[in-house]
Design a protein around this ligand. Sequence first.
Ligand SMILES: [Zn+2]
Ligand SMILES: [Zn+2]
Length: 749
Amino acid sequence: MQGVGFRPFVYRTAIKIGLSGYVRNLSDAGVEILLEGADDEIAIFLRDMQELKPLQAQIHEVTKTLLTGKNQYSQFSIIKSSEEMKHSGSVVPPDTAICNDCLHELRDPNDPRFDYFFITCVNCGPRFTIIERLPYDRKNTTMSEFPLCGFCRKEYIDPLNRRFHAQTVACPSCGPTAYLTTRDGEAVDTTDPVREAGRLLSEGSIVAVRGYGGFHIAVSALKERPLGFLRKSKRRKAKPFALMARSLEAIETFAEVHPKEKELLTSAARPIVLLNKNSNYNLSDQVAPDLYNVGVMLPYSGLHYMLFDRVGDAAFVMTSANPPNQPIVKDNEEALHILGGTVDYFLFHNRQIAQRCDDTVIRVHGERNAFVRRSRGYAPAPIMLKRKAKQCVVGFGGELNNTSCLLYEDKAFLSQHVGDVENIETRSFLKHTTEHLLRLTNTKADKVACDLHPKFTTTNLARELSERNDWQLVQVQHHHAHVAALMAEHDVDEIVGIACDGYGYGTDGSAWGGEVLSCTWDSNSFNRLGHLEPQPLLGGDAATNYPLRVAAGILNKKLDVTEWVIQNSRNLPHGKTEAELIVRQLKKPQGIPETTSLGRVLDAVAATIGVCHERTYEGEAAMKLESVAVNGKDALGLSPFIYGSVLDTTELLMSVYENKDRFSKADLAYSVHAYLAKGLAALAVDEAVNYGVGNVGFTGGSAVNSLLSRFMRDAVEASGLRFLVHESIPSGDGGLSLGQAVVGGFSDD
Ligand SMILES: [Zn+2]
Ligand SMILES: [Zn+2]
């Protein structure tokens, strides 16, 4: 990987041992090292190369060739990288958080970069978000506008300096500058714009802060008024906001931090980690309403650290600045135009952002990372597969929380988070980011893969590009793509996958979302082995937004729900009129579409026990139900009711309904999670044993649910089979594009 300081490290190591020769980039992300010296010295070099390599460097493979010749090189040197891009599949490094050495210099009054908000070195700083083309040289990045001063140049050309060939090297006299303006773009008179922005935040102002990959909207995590205004202005009723905390100690004042979470929080990728709130949680309830966890990250640049210098706040809300269904805002003019009505101030800097990039979000399940979103700090580093694809494929993903994926040989380049691809802005972001990946990696696609849904924006985009570029089009069923991604991530020959989420277009055109299926590498088809009981979706999309409709549809199979629906009419947007309409529809239930979605069952339970009545963001009812369930026990104690290959959910909801005044919400919610997870696991284990398959996996958006995942693992492992979950890509639709690309790239047909 270029841009991680590997060549200077090799240089220093060779000099230290007294070897001569050279090191050079091969522009396919590998390096060639020629060493001349004694055998034992070379052995020491090879050992040190593995053991002492820079933090960000990953050595995938070492190929050694013994050469003849003697005293050909008088010294060791770094040979300039060849401009020519002969190879394909180059790896572009992701952005990296400020390192400890730079942080130390930032705080040292005697250092020339004291207080410099964009201090970086060869080990840290932005990469992907500033690179316009390869090779990774300064002139190919947005740092090209900032010629090096004498001081920086001296460090840049000194092989023994930490900033040797650090393309982002800069200082207060030659680098980007930060400045503060009002919402109208008028300069605020201050000599210390970053700390002044921090002070304004602490006082209750809303500030748009430009970072590496785009703008955050920042606001106090304690003050109700600006938080309320931000929710209203962003039209975000309840969707949780992420926090940036000043330090690990500060996080521990409001959330639990386990060792694995600490490791992630302080890692060079600096993701947002979903942490359980602790009993001292004292931040506003508006940060993550009705949820037991909250997303937190630590500062990832000098600028972010400095925001906290003059205030006592433990954390600020830092949410991606993107209007609904649009990509994160990255340019200064764009920000003034789009965010001016929301924020009080702008904290700008004057370096262009080449690529938009949102923050990564991760949950920890036991010892495993569960990506909710894989973006800054990870993208576009490839997921390394253990097999090579037959063809180069681009996967365009689905519709929500989307990414694209470029599969070339054994490298699956998953793009940064693109978001919900429903309109022109996100569509063009997806197209642009995919073309950028193809350009950076110098690859040409043979195929384009997309969802089976005939009307998705991404399906249309794939069709269009397939015709224009003469790429073969492959449509992959939604849950098949999820399971194929899991199979590829763990490199298993066969898998029985449990794929659960809110919605995916089925091969029969109906709505799927609680599926058990099997697939293999060489076929572009799959076997649907089982699923949840199909349930009515009264009013289609309205049922997705108002879960009472789903609950009424299910319960209506067994009892007269007229009275209950009328009683609950305050939980419907049109009240009694709507309740009466629902009751009339239930009396003649023909022509109502059905779904096997796990998400809708959880919604129905949430509505029945009064945990959530309106979905204002994706997965809201399910997340709130999980938050309620964590402190419960299996009070219902139901055994899975499976008929044929279908897991019953009607009796489940009936049981919840009948016991809703007898047991606590926590116990009911817990019982439902236990039933569904055990039932789906039983279906999958049965089929796996039938077919002699040793691996059962859990994928889809519902797999971020830690309770479901834990119950399933227990059940599958108790039967002696291996249980697989995603660890390097999102289980939700952010990982869909990879599964599509795998189906396209490995299947024979
Ligand atoms: Zn550094
Ligand atoms: Zn300088």
